[in-house]
Each structure stands twice: as structure tokens, then as C-alpha cells.
Design a binder for this molecule. Structure first.
Ligand SMILES: [Fe+2]
Ligand SMILES: [Fe+2]
Length: 556
């Protein structure tokens, strides 16, 4: 039997014939559509391919072209429906929303495939909740069995035994997130109704429910939903087992088992318009939820605006994945470089002048040099990481990476791809990262000592009215008690192992293609979520351990 729904002015939308207890849908999030007509900005003129890189790694200028490619694929895939968990528009103004909604209108009219939206923080930058509900009335609100009065949350009864709950997780402030007690009550009531009528809840909201990588909440602010543990616990109480999210622009699947033994899965999908340019296809039956990642391999060039160079267009046409990865990596590298400036660190430490500022300047300049320094002698005649490591009798593992920045931005790209297993034992990059970081720590400490010593000597010399010296010609790098090969890895492990293994490893559930338990199925609780307090405590212990080890190593 074909199940029929009516939506807005486009009339009849039919779901494919199918089992009552099986449904297939697509998840596509964080499109960040700019109005047609946006041209590439020139932020980094020195880079001929990625001069328009933005901090977030998002291909804003091509966002609509990528989304249109996605919609074309959907016409072939013919899912039962599509969900879009927010950040549909980038600036969130009326023109962007109306333009985006017009593309969705045309798609629904041509394909008959229903689209359901939820708001993201960007959608509210220049629009209110009521305006959002109005722009997108065709995409959930008109056919909802219940629309929340205070937020843009709503709920739709899907064909078969399913209920879709779209949650507006942008509750606190303009760029905020979170739930209040009233919204918890609304979600609970909708989930209870579903349970009573034997429907499985599929929910989606913009902000991720769970940390994508261990310790993420210590590093990243405002990335997951506020009071996430409380929200996750509530969801298990309500019997909500599946939540699809976005906002963070990376692939991740995490699980939380509540006090009642029920589990909620957060299926976070990467931004459509950011490397690796993916969406998810999901099949939910009574036995399992089967999740597959699909990649966008081309941009619809009808939507590409002026401003791209022939060289860019050539790469975009021949290998769009490579182009998007290059753009993403360059964005990350510029962002890291920004954080490594003396001004940023001095500002963070509230030390914008005085003797400490001089030290910060010296150290941060060296850190900048250290991450840009070529890794291998084959790439460069001067000082390389390989040559410094050799002073300790340590061999730098071979690779194709050019420098630490390249290695780190590749690691970040791997995390966003959904392959956050850069552990020391689980990836070839692990040992290289460990060796290179430890080597460059040696370099920074030795050179900082050298340059600071020059500064101190100069201040004494100038006090006597004598002419200052340019720099000490004897590098401390050659005089410091460098760790020998025998204990190099022991020291390296102590200093960097927790950083690498705890921040970069997430191996509980596959973050890409995955098969999750079917509705109501219980499994052994996955990895227990540590409390924030546990994480802070272990981080403090880690800092003390590093400080102590550093003291005993460098000043023995
Ligand atoms: Fe986003
Ligand atoms: Fe967002």
C-alpha cells in the first residue's frame, strides 16, 4: 500500500511501498548556503589554490552547488524522506532562507520526496523562530501533528511505525544551545505518545548530544549541547534511541547508556559543504539501524560564481575530493597559525607587556618555526626535524608529510572524516607525531634558552651603555643534555602519550558506516562517559606529570 501525505501547496507526496516496520532516509546537515552571487574572498593571496580558505573549512561559495548535486543524487536514491539538522543558511538572513527554501520547494515538487528541517545556530543569526517556521513551513511544520509554541520543534508521524521529532536545540541566547525544563517536557510528551502508539522515535537536532572524541569538551567550547549528560540521560528515560545531529562538521557516532539501562545513539554527520563532503543513508528496520556514508564527488557548476581561477576550476572538475581536502587542511593550518601567535597567547594569559611578554614572543616565534620546519633532510638543506632528532640518535619514521603542520592538519582532517584513531599503537602517524613533537619541544626549549640568554646579556650590556650583540653564536641545542635514543621514547611517552591517546583516539563505535542495534534492543553498555570533573582532574594530573618529568629531564 502506498502511504499518502499531503504537504503545503505542493499537494500529494507518496512514500514508497514498503514494510510497516522499515524505513530508509537521508541525513544531510550544515549546508551553510550563502546567497547565489557570493564570490571567493581573498584571505591568503600567497596560496594560489586556497586563497579563499575560511577558518571553518567550509566551502561557502560552492555550498549551493554542492547541495544541488546532493538533491540530484536523492532523485536517484529515492529515500522515503530527507532530514536536514540545521545551519541551512550561513548568515541566516531572509534572502538566504527564501532562496534555500525555494530550492527545496522545487525538489519536493519534482521528486515527491519529503524534506524535514530543524534550525541551527546560523539559521537564527538574522531571523527569529517564527520567521524560520514560516520560511520552512513546507518542510515539517505544515504536516506536523504537534508544533512547539515556544521553539521551532515539531513532530511528524511517518508512515509505518515511526515518529520523527525535530528538536530546536538553539534555545539559550542567539548563538546558544540547550534545553529548558519546558522543552524537556515537550520532548518527553511526544516520545511518550510514540511509545503508547507503538512508534519508534527518530529524532534530530542541530547540536551534538555526545562528545565526538574523549576530552573534546576540554578543548572545544559550545560544540555539544549544553548539559549534554543531563540531556542524554533524559533521552534514555524518554526511550529516545536515535538522535541525528550536526553543528560540529565531522562524522561521529557515540552512545550513552542511562541509569535505566537504555542506550541513546548520537549520529553526528559532517557538514555537507566541508571535507569530506558527505551525507548519510540510513535504513531502520526492527532488527537494526544500518548507516552508510555517501560522498559528493562534484559540485554543480551552474551554481559556481565568478572569482575562481582556471587552476582552481581545473582541480575542482578533476578531483573535487582532493580540492575540498586541500581547502580544509589549509583552513586548519591558518587557524592553528593564528592560535600560535604571541598576541593570541599573550592575550589568553593576560600578559600583553612586560618581561613575560618578551618570553612569550620568543617562545611563540619558535613554536611557529617548529611546526613549519621541514621534517626530512630530503626536502630541505637547513635544519630539519630529522636532523635535530639525529642529535639524540633517534630516527624519524619515514612518511610523505612535509612538516608538523601538514601532519597535524591531516590528523584533524582524519578526525572530521570519522577516523579518529590516531593512537600511538593504532596508526603509523602516531609514532611520527610523538617523535616529531618531542624533537621540536627539544628545539623550542633549547633555542628559547639561547635567545632569552641573549636578551638577558643584552640588558646587562646596555645597562653599562655598551653596544648590544645580535645573538649568541653558540646554539644551546648543541649543548643541552638531549635525551638519548635509549630514553627518548620513554620521555616522549610521558609528555605526549596522554595528549595523543586521550585526545585523538575514539574507538568505541565506527564513526562512518555502522550497524546499530534495532529499536528497543539493549546491548552491553558501551564506554562509560567520564564526568567533566573526572576529565578536569585527570588533565590536572597530566599537567603535573609533564611539569615534573620536564624538570627532572631538562635540569638533572
Ligand atoms: Fe555548521
Ligand atoms: Fe552550527
Amino acid at each position: 500500500m502506498a502511504l499518502i501525505l499531503t504537504t503545503g501547496c505542493f499537494g500529494i507526496i507518496s512514500f514508497a511501498d514498503g514494510q510497516d516496520d522499515e524505513i530508509r532516509f537521508a541525513v544531510c546537515t550544515d549546508i551553510h548556503a550563502l546567497e547565489k552571487g557570493a564570490v571567493p574572498a581573498v584571505n591568503y593571496p600567497e596560496n594560489e589554490l586556497y586563497f579563499h580558505a575560511r577558518n571553518s573549512g567550509n566551502l561557502y561559495t560552492e555550498a549551493i552547488g554542492i547541495f544541488v548535486t546532493f538533491l540530484t543524487k536523492m532523485k536517484e536514491e529515492k529515500p522515503d524522506f530527507i532530514i536536514l539538522p540545521g545551519d541551512l543558511a550561513n548568515d541566516g538572513n531572509q534572502e538566504e532562507h527564501e532562496y534555500f527554501a525555494s530550492i527545496l520547494d522545487l525538489f519536493e515538487e519534482e521528486s515527491g520526496i519529503p524534506v524535514y528541517v530543524a534550525p541551527g545556530n546560523h539559521d537564527y543569526y538574522r531571523s527569529t523562530r517564527e520567521e524560520f517556521k514560516n520560511y520552512y513551513h513546507n518542510f515539517g511544520y505544515d504536516e506536523a501533528v504537534n508544533v512547539d509554541t515556544e521553539t521551532a520543534s515539531y513532530c511528524v508521524d511517518l508512515p509505518g511505525k515511526f515518529r520523527l521529532i525535530a528538536i530546536d536545540s538553539c534555545l539559550v541566547g542567539e548563538d546558544g544551545d540547550g534545553f529548558d525544563e519546558r522543552l524537556f517536557g515537550w520532548v518527553e510528551a511526544r516520545a511518550k505518545e510514540a511509545e503508547e502508539s507503538g512508534r519508534t522515535v527518530i529524532s534530530f537536532m542541530h547540536h551534538p548530544l555526545l562528545d565526538p572524541i574523549p576530552y573534546a569538551e576540554l578543548l572545544m567550547k559550545d560544540f555539544i549541547v549544553r548539559d549534554s549528560k543531563k540531556v542524554a540521560e533524559k533521552f534514555t528515560q524518554y526511550g529516545i534511541q536515535y538522535v541525528f545531529t550536526g553543528h560540529e562538521h565531522g562524522n561521529n557516532i557515540s552512545a550513552y547508556t542511562g541509569k535505566n539501562g537504555r542506550t541513546v545513539y548520537d549520529i553526528l554527520t559532517t557538514a555537507l559543504s566541508s571535507y569530506p563532503l558527505e551525507y548519510r543513508m540510513v535504513n531502520l528496520s526492527k532488527d537494526a539501524m544500518d548507516i552508510k556514508n555517501e560522498t559528493i564527488l562534484e559540485c554543480n557548476f551552474d551554481y559556481i560564481t565568478e572569482g575562481f581561477t582556471p587552476k582552481q576550476l581545473e582541480l575542482m572538475r578533476t578531483d573535487y575530493t582532493e580540492y575540498s581536502k586541500g581547502y580544509f587542511k589549509y583552513s586548519i593550518e591558518r587557524k592553528i597559525a593564528k592560535y600560535l601567535t604571541p598576541e593570541f597567547i599573550a592575550g589568553a594569559l593576560n600578559q600583553k607587556s612586560g618581561p613575560l611578554y618578551d618570553t612569550i614572543q620568543t617562545v611563540m616565534k619558535l613554536v611557529g618555526e617548529a611546526v613549519e620546519m621541514p621534517l626530512y633532510n630530503k626536502d630541505y638543506d637547513g635544519t630539519t626535524v630529522e636532523s635535530i632528532a639525529a642529535k639524540s640518535g633517534v630516527k624519524l619514521p619515514e612518511s610523505d608529510y612535509y612538516n608538523l603542520m601538514d601532519l597535524i592538519s591531516s590528523g584533524v582532517a582524519a578526525i572530521y572524516y570519522g577516523n579518529a584513531n590516531l593512537g600511538l599503537e593504532t596508526s603509523p602517524e602516531g609514532k611520527l607525531l610523538l617523535t616529531a613533537l618531542t624533537t621540536q619541544l627539544t628545539y623550542v626549549l633549547a633555542e628559547a634558552g639561547n635567545r632569552q640568554t641573549t636578551q638577558v646579556i643584552n640588558s646587562v650590556i646596555s645597562a653599562f651603555g655598551l653596544e648590544e650583540i645580535d645573538e649568541l653564536n653558540v646554539s644551546l641545542l648543541n649543548r643541552l643534555p638531549l635525551p638519548g635514543a635509549d630514553n627518548f621514547y620513554e620521555i616522549a611517552y610521558t609528555i605526549f602519550e596522554p595528549l595523543i591517546n586521550k585526545f585523538l583516539v575514539d574507538d568505541d563505535i565506527s564513526d562512518r558506516d555502522a550497524v546499530l542495534p534495532g529499536p528497543g534492543e539493549t546491548v552491553d553498555p558501551p564506554k562509560k562517559i567520564n564526568t567533566f570533573f573526572d576529565k578536569v582532574l585527570s588533565f590536572i594530573k597530566y599537567v603535573f606529570k609533564v611539569a615534573f618529568t620536564s624538570l627532572t629531564v631538562w635540569f638533572r
